[in-house]
Design a protein around this ligand. Sequence first.
Ligand code: B12
Ligand code: SF4
Length: 594
Amino acid sequence: MIINLSPDDKIYLTQFSIQIGKIVWLPYSAACIWAYAESQNSVSRSQLGGLFYVKQNIETLVEQIHSPAIVGFSHYIWNEQYNDQLALQIKTLYPNCVIIYGGPQVPDHNSKWYADHYWVDICVHQEGELVFNDICSGKRLNDIPGISYKDELGWHHNTPGQRIKDLDQLPSPYTTGVFDNFINKDYLNNAIMETDRGCPYQCTFCDWGGTTFSKVKRLNLERVYEEIEWAGKNQIEFINNANANFGIFKERDNLIVDKLIETNKKYGYPKTFETSWAKNSNKTVLSIARRLQQSGLLRKFGISMQSLNTDVLKNIKRSNMDINNFDLVVKQAEEYNMSVMVELIVGLPGETLESWKENFCYLMQYNNISVDTYPCWMLHNSELSQTDTVEKFGITYQQVPFNTRMGDQIQEQAWQIVGTNSLSEYDLLELWKWTWCAMLGHTLGITHEIIKLLATKQNYHAKTFYDQWHEFIIDSTGILNEKYQQWSTKLLEYDFQSYVLDYDYMQDIGYKKRQETINDIKQFVERYYDKNLAKKSAENFDLFYFHPERNYPYTKNNLTVDHPGMGSIDEYHVYVGLHRKSKGWQCSVLTENH
Ligand code: B12
Ligand code: SF4
């Protein structure tokens, strides 16, 4: 079986993005496969009928597709349901159109999935450039490794493809102009770039289409420079680097940072460069991050730990940096006045309620760490989702609404861990509630001033403190309890994602009902510590916690408080959340007036 394309045939590609307000990501992966096929003359630019990336009403989108020969879908956890509905409609309207799915959310093996997706003709596993080119150039489908395809006999799964040996042969979709006619100017377009591809680690929860546990291959440095230049010229504010371990190539990654800084100076863009940093972070990696930070290009320096528990790390085959090294890096970051955002995943096999709290509190001892937590998704091709792993660790999981806050017209769904043999479902829910309280205190900064005062009296122990804080929020009758109760209803639907990642309640806690928060803080300190400290904690909270109606620098009682870099605020809660994460929980700057 072959795909026979004529020069008039139209091909459409889609890579529907996550949308945060007006922010979307350009369809980099879809454009990469196009750029390569074009460079091999298997397709020509006039054949590219559309490159869609902003989700819109499905009927409206279908109207923009005319007699397609091929429609390719980039399949991710955040666009799976949307793609399925759109692809089905296209197939119904144009039965001869070849529907191709690629991307990490395409399962390698899952007979039920293949049977259910009867509208799909070809699935591409792992890297897509060479394979898509083979398909478009009319190669026999049974001779193309790394694909599954369907004919009248049913689905055929070919042998797995090899990693692309030489990335130099891949042209950049940016500089070859693939986006030129397709950028949607109604949106704030983030760009995705890669400077290398591959990851030497093999974390079992991860699904990066066969490029994990593999050699890290570098993209041509000239290509990287040209892409950064393109981003500057095209006023791209935000670059998401797709590398798994930026900073591992000391010299080269420093050169890339040079280029970013130079381009930002020249054009004022890109303004932010976000990346995953090398897992084995060290002073070199930090120094690279610092250079970006000093140039204003770094929003946050993150260390993805996922867990600190050695049993868990063994179970998920993850090797984090040594804890002593971690300590050195965090302390060095503090000297540089940098905050560190540590990411943890909830519900990994081997975690218990107690081990979670202990490790969370361990991290909270550092002044410049803010902790961010994520639910554990069961991704199709990850090792964690395979039957033997599920059985080994007694994993229970459930399909839940995904991205509920993003107002998608078609509700996305994802599979999520709700229990393991070390963490019952009951404990998991308790863990989330405790974490909500701890994050409200620490990551969002409500307890910052209390802790500062307690620490001066050597009366602070993180675990005791946050257990008390949790108990108080459950028991009290003020605003904190009200928001806690209200937010906990999300747990009934297992919507862990928006439970911890949405902060709408901060609008009331930090701003509209601030006085009630102040009362709660006072009561809390009175109940567990002492009266004098209670009054002072409440006063300090009010003085230091950002208030959108105050003009900063703000002076009271001979103290001046500033919140530099606050900029304009559309939504207080989004802003406070982001700011706390990027600058750590000490976002206020205090000067004593003499
Ligand atoms: C940029 C990015 C994001 C961006 C969003 C981008 C967007 N478009 O909307 C942000 C930072 C917001 C993000 C968030 C999340 N992400 Co993310 N993200 C990435 C990242 C780093 C880069 C993707 C990329 O461009 N890669 C480079 C290209 C070249 O690789 P590729 O996309 O796989 O494409 C190749 C092949 O798959 C194939 N291919 C792809 N599409 C097509 C189409 C066709 C037709 C063909 C033939 C081939 C083909 O060919 C391509 C070229 O070789 C990847 C990790 C990675 N490096 O891939 C994770 C990744 C995609 N994210 C992942 C996850 C899990 C998430 C989160 C759920 C994480 C979380 N903790 O909550 C969130 C989702 C949040 C939400 N609310 O929805 C997973 C995806 C799992 C899945 N099965 O979908 C990945 C793979 C990370 C991982 N290690 O597991 N993410
Ligand atoms: S989670 Fe990150 S470090 Fe682990 S295998 Fe995936 S990309 Fe590599």
